[in-house]
Write a protein that binds this ligand. Structure first.
Ligand code: HEC
Length: 131
């Protein structure tokens, strides 16, 4: 009888250990998935962004994002990526009003915006480090 009890105790211990490992594995998997999701939250494709920028945006903002055709047109190179995403969506929704940029932004998809933001944020420029 005593032997029997000992056996079942050991069984419970093993069972608990398996449960713990399972929980640990699930927690780890959740952490990895969350990290992946966060990492891709601002994961535009800069090379696709460059294609679009060269076709469309360069005409006004300059080929390098630093040499706009008019001094009143903003430089984009080196601007914060999250700022660029935000402002392009604001032009789309007219939360920021500008006739020229509204027309530009409304022609863009969500992915276009992410890609363009990744591209311009990665160009050498003084905007995001000069404050
Ligand atoms: C016809 C000229 C023109 C084209 C083409 C154009 N822009 Fe603009 N862009 C402007 C002007 C003018 C402004 C300033 C508008 C304002 O004052 O809100 C501006 C502002 C911006 C801003 C805000 C910058 C800041 O510092 O707040 C972003 C971002 C931007 N443009 C991105 C783009 C992208 C991306 C494209 C290509 C899809 C593009 N623009 C194409 C003229 C243009």
């Amino acid at each position: 009888m005593a032997r029997c009890l000992w056996r079942s105790d050991a069984g419970i211990e093993v069972f608990q250990e398996i449960q713990m490992n399972r929980m640990l594995a699930q927690t780890l998997a959740a952490v990895v998935l969350t990290a992946g999701a966060l990492g891709s939250a601002l994961a535009g494709d800069a090379s696709k962004g460059k294609e679009k920028a060269d076709q469309v945006c360069a005409a006004c903002h300059g080929k390098d994002g630093n040499t706009p055709i008019d001094p009143s047109y903003p430089k984009l190179a080196g601007q914060h990526e999250d700022y660029l995403v935000r402002v392009l969506r604001d032009y789309q929704s007219d939360a920021r009003k500008n006739a020229i940029m509204a027309a530009q932004a409304k022609a863009l998809s969500r992915a276009d915006i992410d890609n363009l933001a990744a591209y311009y944020a990665g160009l050498p420029g003084k905007l995001s480090h000069n404050r």
